[in-house]
Design a binder for this molecule. Structure first.
Ligand code: ADP
Length: 721
């Protein structure tokens, strides 16, 4: 069985396209949302890292600043004590001086290594007292010269102190100096406290204890005094840019991102001025690890967003697939239900519908069959072969291959054929085929149906019989005339024979008896024609050779009298030799009778004196014999000319014509594979019958000129309709 193709209405794909579009939009939106979420998380983590570094740098700077202040405070305390010592320089005050010196030594010890030493120099710069017991002059020190130049309070002078050549870093100091007033006023000397860089470095290292963190104290100019690590390498180096320093002097103390001038690593730096000193405190926290971590989190958030999105898309696709599958199943179920309904309707149809694949040689392959085959064929379903055409039940004359070939070539074909019935009788079937599709390999899909036309055929036969009887009725008067002639001749001959017998003239008696016999034969022939005509023909008879001369004679025998009564002159030219065609004698005679009666009606209606002629001629061309019946009766009214072969077309009024004659003629000619054409030519109507010449039927005669008119089914040799 051939599956019908799925029919799409167009709405479904449109709906699907819309859903796909919406799903695409939703997917994009979801991607956007997830991505922006990942970005927010990344930025958040990054700003957290920056903030934490900022806070850390701030805290370190703050603590470093406090530490520097404490160191300065310790230095000032030491300066105060040293000042005290310097003010008791008289020899009797040696005890006080020794006490102050002890206090100073204690103070230095308690500074936790921040104070390296304390020294007092006189106005000439000569060291007059030192906690480190070092003698010498400080007159060339820049801070000393600064004090001699201007009167002023103690000042931090963060210049790096010079160390002995062999000293390591601990020998480096930051001198914090203060001016001593002379007893009589004026410059009396300098007290200097040397802050120990090594000790400061250790203390600062305690402030910046996480890896990468730096605490430092710088000169106001930006160069390094001490740092939580590596001071030895870096001391004196400018570690703060001019820009940062300027910003700081403007009061802007916000931490800023920068790159470490030492490692190139990204760092957060916080700077502040140490109150009461000319120093800066610096805190630096590394950004690298935290930022790298933030970047990793950012990247992972993006990956997570993509993964979540992918999962979402997969979920959506799966959902779509499930929905689509459900829809498809529903659609399929609906289609199956529809198909089942169609099959059910077809099964109840009083026709057999089928689909076959037909080869160029007419062989057909069964593809599909449905319909009420029992009702059509007269056989129970189980008695019928499922797939094959019912060739074994068909009349052997039925040419199935021929009809399939015709359908393949011409696109359609119809064939009436007989099928054997369970009771041994025959039923008539009509197969109608149409080419559905031509396949590339030369074969074709042919769809068709078979209907039972037995009843139709019977009705046709009854109509034919009725028409024949009607013709007989019309012949009545003519036949009487026709029979009267031989009877009169017989009667005359019998009278003459009696008289001759009485005279003993045997020869004359025999002569008259012969004539009587001739006339009896003629009468019998008329009666034979009548009987044969009234009986009709058997359907089962195949086409047989029919001599057209016999057919014309037969018809004229039956209607010659009627034509003579109407005053019609009949001219017959049939050859020689008269063509022999393939057909049936009685139907041909019936057609001729109809045409002759119509011609008689036409000429009978002519005004007196008009020529009343009926000419019967034949011609043979290309294996087809054409027989024309032309009259001088004025022709077929134009209004009916195009429809004369349709049933119930008449111009004669209800009591005279039923309008069936020509339609029956048409049917009879078709049933013999021939045709009939009506036209107006000359002074009247002209009907041309065409039939195939029987093998060896007749030599080709003169070609008959074709005239304009209605053409109905040109004859096709040997092909039953
Ligand atoms: P009916 O003779 O019963 O009318 P037909 O089918 O034989 O039915 O003819 C149909 C019509 O064709 C006629 O009524 C007539 O008008 C027209 N016709 C047929 N033959 C002729 C003819 N030889 N001359 C003129 N008209 C004709």
């Amino acid at each position: 069985m051939v599956q019908p193709q799925m029919v799409h209405t167009g709405t479904l794909p449109r709906r699907r396209r819309w859903s796909a579009f919406l799903a695409g939009c939703a997917g994009l939106l979801a991607l956007l949302l997830l991505w922006s979420g990942a970005e927010t998380i990344g930025e958040h983590v990054e700003s957290d890292a920056l903030e934490a570094a900022q806070q850390r740098a701030d805290a370190i700077a703050e603590v470093a600043s406090q530490f520097a202040q404490r160191a300065l405070a310790a230095a000032r305390d030491a300066q105060a004590l040293a000042g005290h010592w310097a003010s008791h320089r008289a020899p009797e005050e040696a005890a006080i001086r020794a006490e102050v010196a002890t206090l100073l030594a204690d103070h230095i010890a308690q500074s936790g290594g921040a104070i390296a030493r304390v020294a007092i120099a006189d106005a000439a710069g000569t060291v007059i007292w030192s906690s480190a017991a070092r003698e010498g002059s400080v007159a060339d020190k820049p801070w000393f010269r600064a004090h001699t130049a201007s009167a002023g309070p103690a000042r931090v002078n963060p210049t790096i102190g010079t160390a002995p050549a062999d000293a390591a870093l601990p020998g480096w100091t930051i001198p914090v100096s203060a001016r001593i007033e002379a007893p009589g006023g004026g410059f009396g000397g300098v007290v200097v406290v040397a802050l120990d860089i090594g000790g400061l470095e250790q203390a600062l290292a305690g402030l910046a204890h996480r890896p990468g963190e730096v605490a430092a104290i710088l000169r106001q100019e930006g160069d390094l005094l001490v740092r939580s690590a590596g001071t030895a390498r870096l001391v004196g180096q400018a570690l703060v840019t001019e820009r940062a320093r300027a910003a700081l002097l403007n009061g802007e103390t916000t931490p800023f991102r920068s790159h470490s001038p030492l490692t190139g690593e990204e760092v957060m730096i916080s700077l502040r001025t140490v109150p009461g000193g000319t120093m800066l405190a610096l805190g630096s926290a590394p950004l690298g690890p935290d930022l790298a971590y933030a970047k990793r989190v950012h990247a992972w958030a993006r990956v997570a967003a993509l993964v979540a999105w992918g999962a979402l898309v997969l979920l959506l696709l799966a959902g779509f697939a499930v929905l689509r599958g459900r829809n498809d199943r529903r659609e399929l179920a609906a289609q199956q239900a529809g198909r089942a309904e169609i099959e059910r309707l077809l099964a109840g149809l009083p026709a057999i519908v089928f689909l076959r694949e037909v080869g160029p040689d007419g062989t057909a392959r069964h593809l599909y069959r449905n319909g009420d085959s029992a009702a059509v064929s007269g056989w129970p379903e189980e008695a019928l072969p499922r797939r094959q055409p019912w060739a074994d039940l068909a009349d052997p004359e039925a040419d199935f291959e021929g009809i399939y070939q015709r359908a393949l070539v011409e696109g359609q074909a119809v064939m009436d054929w007989r099928m054997r019935q369970p009771d041994g009788g025959w039923a008539w079937m009509r197969s109608t085929l149409r080419l559905l599709e031509r396949l590339p390999d030369g074969r074709g899909l042919v769809v068709g149906y078979i209907v039972n036309i037995t009843a139709e055929r019977a009705a046709e036969a009854r109509a034919l019989a009725a028409s024949r009887l009607a013709s007989l009725g019309e012949m009545g008067a003519g036949l009487a005339h026709e029979l009267r002639q031989p009877l009169t001749a017989i009667s005359l001959a019998a009278g003459v024979a009696v008289m001759a017998a009485k005279r003993g003239d045997n020869d004359r008696v025999l002569q008259r008896l012969d004539r009587i016999l001739d006339q009896v034969k003629r009468g019998s022939a008329i009666i034979d024609y009548l009987r044969r005509f009234a009986r009709g023909r058997e359907d089962s008879e195949g086409l047989v050779p029919v001599n057209l001369a016999d057919a014309v004679n037969g018809a004229l025998t039956l209607c010659g009298g009627a034509l003579a009564e109407a005053g019609a002159e009949v001219l017959v030219t049939l050859g020689p030799p008269a063509p022999v065609v393939l057909g049936h004698a009685v139907p041909i005679e019936q057609v001729l009778l109809n045409l002759l009666f119509n011609a008689r009606d036409a000429v009978a209606a002519l005004p007196p004196g008009a020529p009343r002629q009926i000419a019967i001629t034949t011609a043979v061309e290309d294996g087809i014999a054409r027989l024309t019946v032309a009259d001088t009766g004025g022709g077929i009214p134009p209004a009916v000319l195009s429809r004369v072969f349709e049933p119930f077309v008449t111009t004669k009024g209800p009591d005279r014509g039923a309008g069936l004659g020509l339609s029956i003629c048409h049917g009879l000619m078709r049933s013999m594979g021939g045709g009939i054409v009506a036209e107006n030519a000359g002074a009247g109507a002209r009907f041309t019958l065409s039939l195939a010449i029987a093998p060896d039927g007749a030599a080709d005669g003169a070609a008959d000129g074709a005239a304009d008119g209605v053409t109905e089914d040109a004859a096709t040799p040997g092909a039953p309709g």
